[in-house]
Design a protein around this ligand. Structure first.
Ligand code: EPU
Length: 434
């Protein structure tokens, strides 16, 4: 098992380069299945969720060739399996994108119910609604979802809730369906636009991505393409908060400033200085941080995937801040760990009240999900003393070389391996029982 050991209290300065977006890459990789020729994908982040996607593609028969650190050539033409087994799918929420892409290509798919971060109830009813509208039938048994269609035909799809995953899956399934598909109440996140741009670069006909109505006219063939994944909006936002929480001065490079607007506006309200350039943002603090209120909503609102990080920053600000989670049922599980570090936060349902104490103290803590892990790293960097963060595999699902990038900014952070005490005591208990 690995943990991060952070000696906090250092002011971080310098430059950091943001990697490709996790939530785009995990949809673009399955989308390659739809292509009738090999594709090249660049700016792919080195994270465990991407490794799982690549493993699934290889297990299905795709030929995956690494072209250096961030680029892959993927040839899907020999794919001969339409199944993603439990062992791989359970490790990653985004395995559900193989449903849409396999259905769109082969008119059938068998994929295990997805895993991923524990954020409360995570239904996929809207995904299934989209597949049904296009003519597929589904069965759920033994933890597997089976989809089958005689043929896929374009249709009207109205989503009851705004869902990133369901919007992406509807696009994947409709891109080769016969006729016109109209998706209404679609999600508008940057990664939806990226998926549409990627498919359009193969010859798809997708219009309106980034608005709440997306129109897709089905095409028969998709040709090979070379495409670069957009920069990660959430990794960029996380490093902006790293700079703010350590009262540092950081140039965050390889970003699309437009994607960061809601984060930038909130940080300015808190007293953080921001200067925007074409593809970078400078973030620095030279005065006090002050309270604010934040409510997470789908794009272009403040992203839920930045909620734990900004809540952590607000523990360091003067005054009482209110953070309301507007997307997930349970995204305050990290608060108990922040309290161990001296934060004064009370949670009632989807609302957290944060009494800014201006300081945090190092403590041993555990990451309970990906963004909670990022928040604890921010807390550890800002805290006095030593913070040890366990269960960092959550962080490695979605952040490309987090500790290396932080060290380059002057952080004192180490990844340390340690024996899994629970597993050891279980094994010795078993031996004793024998
Ligand atoms: N929902 C339904 N039915 C559905 C689908 C979603 O009721 O069929 C509800 C969910 O329960 C939730 C809301 O709709 O309350 C939004 O869920 P959405 O489908 O948008 O989330 P997702 O596609 O499962 C993606 C990201 C999450 C991010 C959310 C919201 C990926 C792989 N995951 O999840 O990212 O929080 O969109 O922006 O793209 C993360 O990166 O840390 C992360 C959790």
């Amino acid at each position: 098992m690995d943990k991060f050991v952070i000696k906090g209290g250092r002011r971080l300065t310098g430059e950091v380069t943001i990697s490709g977006a996790k939530n785009a890459a995990v949809a673009l990789l399955p989308a390659v299945i739809l292509c009738d020729e090999p594709c090249i994908l660049e700016n792919v982040p080195s994270i465990s969720d991407v490794n799982i996607c690549l493993r699934i593609l290889k297990e299905m028969g795709a030929e995956v060739t690494s072209l250096g650190k961030d680029s892959y050539r993927i040839d899907p033409t020999n794919i001969d399996k339409c199944c993603v087994p439990y062992e791989t799918a359970r490790k990653m929420r985004a395995s559900y994108y193989f449903l849409g892409s396999l259905l769109g290509k082969f008119n059938k798919a068998r994929v295990s119910m997805p895993g991923g971060c524990p954020l409360g109830d995570r239904p996929i009813d809207q995904h299934l609604k989209a597949f049904s509208a296009l003519g597929a039938e589904y069965t759920l048994s033994q933890g597997m979802i089976d989809l089958r269609a005689e043929k896929l035909t374009g249709n009207q799809i109205f989503f009851d809730v705004v869902s990133v995953g369901a919007t992406m899956n509807a696009i994947l399934a409709a891109v080769k369906a016969q006729g016109l598909t109209v998706i209404e109440n679609a999600a508008k996140e940057p990664h939806i636009v990226d998926l549409a741009n990627f498919l359009n670069s193969m010859g798809a006909n997708i219009m309106g991505a980034g608005t709440d109505v997306i129109k897709i006219r089905g095409v028969e063939h998709l040709h090979g393409t070379s495409y670069s994944v957009i920069p990660d909006q959430i990794e960029a936002g996380t490093f902006m908060i790293v700079a703010a929480a350590t009262k540092g001065d950081v140039l965050v490079k390889n970003v699309i400033p437009k994607h960061l607007e809601s984060i930038t506006k909130k940080l300015e309200k808190i007293g953080v200085n921001i200067e925007q350039f074409d593809d970078s943002i400078r973030v620095w603090v030279d005065g006090p941080l002050v309270k604010t209120s934040v409510k997470t909503t789908p794009h272009p609102g403040f992203p839920t995937d930045m909620q734990p990080q900004i809540a952590t920053l607000l523990t360091l600000a003067e005054g009482t801040s209110i953070v309301t989670e507007g997307v997930w049922e349970q995204r305050f599980r990290y608060v108990d760990e922040l309290r161990r570090m001296g934060a004064d936060i009370s949670v009632d349902g989807k609302v957290a009240v944060i009494e800014g104490t201006g300081k945090l103290m190092g403590a041993p803590v555990k990451a309970c999900d990906l963004r909670a892990g990022a928040a604890l790293i921010i807390a550890g960097l800002a805290a006095s003393g030593i913070t040890e963060i366990e269960d960092i595999f959550h962080v490695e699902r979605g952040y490309d070389c987090m500790e290396g990038k932080l060290r380059a900014l002057g952080a004192d952070i180490e990844k340390v391996s340690f024996p899994d005490a629970d597993a050891e005591s279980e094994s010795s208990a078993r031996k004793t029982a024998i």
